[in-house]
Ligand binder design. Structure first.
Ligand SMILES: [Zn+2]
Length: 393
């Protein structure tokens, strides 16, 4: 059920995306289109940053609550300990009081004993004195009896208190486990957001350079912003496309698929060509390098999903196409370089240690007509899934 919903959702999003693209662009990409896209990408970066901030606030709040609960538990545990010590103290006192009573009673018994009775009487200055002594002893024993009753009551109260405190601790522990789960959820979404932010930022930075480069050319040539890039930059004419590597095995087709590492259905917007790392990747047709996305931190390549990406713009049979070379291990071209099918755009990468979205060394080869992704099979002759090719034609 969950999967079905995800598929439907993805189809809907894809449909919206595609129809939006068709509705929005009637022809080839212009500098104005690129600027609009740049603004959207910047808004996206800001949106993700705002979300990060919100999640960070939530994390801090939960951490504070967890700290407070830990303090509460510690305090309750200390109170239980104090209460236990109090009970031990009371029990000791009871023992002492019982001992005192016994001593007093013994004295009475001894005093009332046959042999010592007289002795005691004689020791008493008078009979009144004897009566007085007996009364005092009786008072003392009953006073001690009362004390013992009170102390036993105190022990019972302390035991009840301990039960209540234990209950409170158990409740706090339930809250702790609930909050810990919430916290780990927040932390996971924070990790996602950090990755999203890096990718969005990399896209934005690449687009910024792309816009700046075209702006310079448009200015030099005096082209209006609404003129197509093909016309202003004079992108070379090409007849068609060839395979981007001399050999390779098709490991994944274009289309909706369950993403192997992201674990949801989404449009796989290109063809995966299994190639050893560092295989030369060539431009699929003559054109111009229109955009380069570089990984933010080359020493930590797996921080990015796409890795290094080169985009090449083509003019084939009068239409604007862009070929996309993703997960590159290294980039061999510069922005706005004119390329032919003999030009190496980079070396392939895509290994596990490389990008977090890939599972093995490969080139992801994508193709756009205008600004929407199309199936490269419709333009390049590729063998079927799992088959290997050994030439570029
Ligand atoms: Zn791919």
């Amino acid at each position: 059920m969950k999967k079905a919903v995800k598929i439907l959702f993805t189809i809907l999003i894809t449909f919206m995306f595609v129809s939006n693209v068709f509705a929005g662009t009637s022809g080839d990409t212009t500098l104005k289109d690129l600027k609009d896209k740049l603004a959207k990408e910047q808004a996206n970066v800001n949106k993700i940053a705002a979300k990060q901030k919100q999640v960070q606030t939530n994390i801090k709040k939960v951490e504070k609550e967890l700290d407070a609960l830990a303090d509460e538990i510690e305090q309750n545990e200390n109170e239980i300990k104090a209460s236990q010590e109090k009970i031990v103290e009371l029990e000791d006192e009871i023992v002492n009081k019982k001992l005192e009573i016994d001593t007093l009673l013994n004295f009475m018994q001894v005093s009332e004993g046959e042999n010592l009775y007289l002795e005691y009487i004689f020791k008493s200055k008078s009979f009144t004195d004897f009566i007085y002594r007996s009364a005092v002893i009786e008072q003392l024993t009953s006073y001690n009896d009362n004390l013992i009753v009170e102390m036993n009551q105190l022990i019972e109260e302390n035991k009840k208190l301990q039960e209540e405190l234990s209950k409170k601790i158990a409740e706090s522990e339930v809250s702790v486990s609930k909050l810990s789960k919430t916290l780990s959820k927040y932390n996971l979404s924070m990790e996602d957001l950090v990755d999203d932010h890096k990718d969005a930022k990399a896209d934005y930075e690449a687009s910024k350079k792309e816009v700046a480069a075209y702006e310079k050319i448009y200015k030099q040539k005096g082209c209006p912003e609404t003129m197509s890039i093909l016309d202003c930059v004079d992108v070379p004419y090409a007849d068609g496309f060839v395979r981007p590597t001399k050999s390779g095995t098709i490991t994944s087709n274009y289309g909706l698929r369950y993403h192997p590492t992201l674990h949801y259905y989404r449009l796989h917007n290109g063809i995966d060509i299994g190639t050893p790392t560092n295989t030369p990747v060539y431009a699929s047709a003559a054109g111009i390098v229109s955009k380069i996305t570089r990984v933010a931190n080359p020493n930590k390549r797996n921080s990015s999903c796409g890795g290094n990406v080169v985009y090449v713009k083509h003019r084939v049979k009068g239409k604007e196409y862009t070929t996309v070379y993703m997960h590159l291990h290294s980039i061999s071209v510069k922005l706005n370089d004119f390329v032919t099918i003999a030009t190496e755009v980079g070396k392939s990468g895509g290994g596990e240690s490389y990008d977090y979205c890939t599972t093995g060394p490969h080139l992801h080869f994508g193709m756009m007509q205008g600004s929407s992704y199309v199936n490269p099979r419709n333009y390049v002759s590729f063998p079927s899934l799992g088959k290997r090719y050994t030439s570029r034609y």
